[in-house]
Ligand binder design. Structure first.
Ligand code: XUL
Length: 526
């Protein structure tokens, strides 16, 4: 019998499903359901409820539950062999939180397959909507928690990250301060990942060390709830949180709701879900320290595996638990494609091919010219007053400005990932701008390592399926090695490898120090 595992990913805009066959090592089914289109009754835009306050970003939790019904119905209709699924795992957008009253646990235990999930959940929510990762309305609460925990460095070394607006702890504190009665009526706080896992398991699911680390509440080294952080956040919080566990750990058989309604194998095991970033680490095959992925999208994101838990004293980067049991890091640079496009528009360059030709007219190191790419307020480093800065670079020199934006972004990644003390051994590049060879060559030269492109569109759902497979294999007595498990599923795009130019790499070693000085000068002047 085929050994099939289902991985789901509940992201901001969609719910995706991937079914893998552990024997043929193939993805046999891929599905995606867009919330705005499939569930228009929730009136979301890109999965978020429109709000007059641009800092507030909430989503309806019922929409996620209804999407789960819909995707199972679609898989059943499409003839996916749900009866042969051995384990179900998943991942969710990180940080988003769901607030339920004391009726939640009962409702989960008694899910009636003659009613939709949303009907089964009626009356269980103690807060109507869920703040998600795009919400940035908790600056005040971040400052309060950080202060109580003893500042940036201490907060980061305890919880893996400095306090951030989107992190769940500050969001919980805001809820407690602004809606104290509803907070008091809350018995269970779940994250998107553990909420969805709870529906599948028919009981309150544990939260994994990856998503738990995105809350400013978990001790990143001991992997348990940190009492000081709980106390700094809101009273009585400990009793409202689920236990912590490893991603992929089995919870028990799936709820009979899914077996009766969709023909899911009643013996399939529900497993602990994780966050979309920890899942992607597995889905991209980043299982060994030194393996790094860089996603070149609207923002540029640097993430990779790390064995020893080191945290960023500047509080810019994050450390989460990885499903492998090690750690992962995530550093998000807001001025990614956004900034590259601004330069292209400013100089009226017709396309990226032409842009690459202009880059090629200038030497690596740009004759010492440097640009700081802060078109928008930046997260890494923290820049609240946006604006680009030029050093030894004339605005009218088009080619030098094209090279300067690429070099700045890659140098900034190297500079601000130094705290990890991981010299990348190879980098996987994903995202729209990863098709730009000129940019990837600069990345290879600045980091002095090979760069390979990798397809990442379903990396979170795939990583979730592989994590569930790991948990399932472990209970069946076969403790699988992660490299064997991911083999065949996570291949780079053929012939996409770019090697560093050793001479250019030397130039960038020296240029990094100049870039750091320019950055420091600019930060001190604002
Ligand atoms: C990570 C973060 C985002 C969400 C996206 O800290 O906020 O990457 O996980 O779903």
């Amino acid at each position: 019998m085929a050994r099939l595992i289902l991985g789901l990913d509940s992201s901001t805009q969609s719910l995706s499903a991937v079914v893998i066959d552990l024997d043929t090592r193939k993805v046999i089914c891929e599905k995606s359901l867009n919330f705005d289109r499939a569930l228009p009754q929730y009136k979301t835009q890109n999965g978020v409820i429109p709000n007059r306050d641009p800092l507030v970003k909430h989503s309806p939790p019922q929409m996620w539950a209804e999407a789960l019904d819909l995707i199972f119905a679609q898989m059943k209709k499409d003839g996916v062999a749900l009866g042969k699924i051995l384990a179900v795992g998943g991942s969710g957008q990180q940080h988003g939180s769901i607030y339920c009253n004391e009726r939640f646990a009962d409702a989960l235990q008694n899910l009636d397959s003659n009613q939709p999930l949303v009907e089964n959940l009626s009356g269980v929510f103690s807060r109507k909507n869920s703040p998600i990762w795009m919400d940035s309305s908790t600056a005040q609460e971040c400052a309060e928690i950080r202060k109580k925990l003893g500042g940036v460095k201490f907060t980061a070394s305890r919880t893996g990250s400095d306090t951030f607006e989107r992190f769940t702890g500050p969001q919980i504190r805001k809820f407690y301060k602004t809606e104290p009665v509803s907070y008091a009526n809350t018995s269970n706080i779940t994250l998107v990942s553990s909420f969805m896992a709870s529906l599948l398991a028919g009981k309150i699911a544990p939260l994994d060390f990856g998503d738990g680390a995105g809350m400013n509440l978990m001790d990143i080294r001991r992997k348990n709830w940190n009492h000081d952080a709980l106390k700094a956040t809101a009273p009585g919080l400990m009793n409202k949180l689920p236990p912590l566990a490893a991603a992929g750990q089995t919870i028990g058989p799936v709820s009979s709701y899914f077996a009766k309604k969709f023909g899911l194998n009643p013996e399939a095991l529900a497993t602990v879900w994780t966050g979309d970033n920890p899942a992607s680490v597995i889905g991209l095959g980043l299982i060994k320290p030194g393996q790094v992925a860089i996603s070149l999208g609207t923002s540029d994101t640097f993430f990779g595996s790390m064995q020893k838990c080191l945290t960023d004293a500047e509080g810019e980067g994050h450390v989460f638990g990885s499903p492998t049991g090690d750690y992962m890091t995530l550093i998000c640079f807001k001025n990614g494609s956004l900034a590259r496009e601004k330069i292209r528009e400013h100089y009226k360059i017709s396309d990226w091919k032409k842009f690459g030709e202009l880059v090629a007219q200038t030497p690596p190191g740009n004759n010492g010219a440097i640009l700081l790419p802060w078109f928008e307020a930046e997260i890494v480093p923290r820049v609240n007053r946006p604006g680009i800065r030029r050093f030894d670079l004339e605005e009218k020199n088009v080619a030098a400005n094209c090279r300067a934006i690429f070099e700045a972004q890659m140098l900034s990644m190297r500079l601000h990932s130094r705290w990890m003390q991981v010299a990348p051994e190879k980098i996987f590049a994903t995202g729209g701008a990863a098709s730009d060879r000129a940019l990837l060559q600069i990345l290879a030269d600045v980091m002095n390592c090979r760069v390979l492109r990798i397809e990442a569109s379903k990396s979170a759902a795939l990583g979730a399926a592989l994590t569930a497979a790991h948990g399932w294999l472990a209970v069946t007595g076969k403790n699988p090695a992660w490299d064997k498990l991911v083999a065949g599923f996570t291949n780079p795009i053929p012939n996409s490898e770019i090697r560093p130019d050793k001479k250019a790499a030397k130039i960038y070693d020296a240029m990094l120090e100049k870039y750091a000085t320019c950055e420091q000068t600019a930060l001190e002047s604002v």
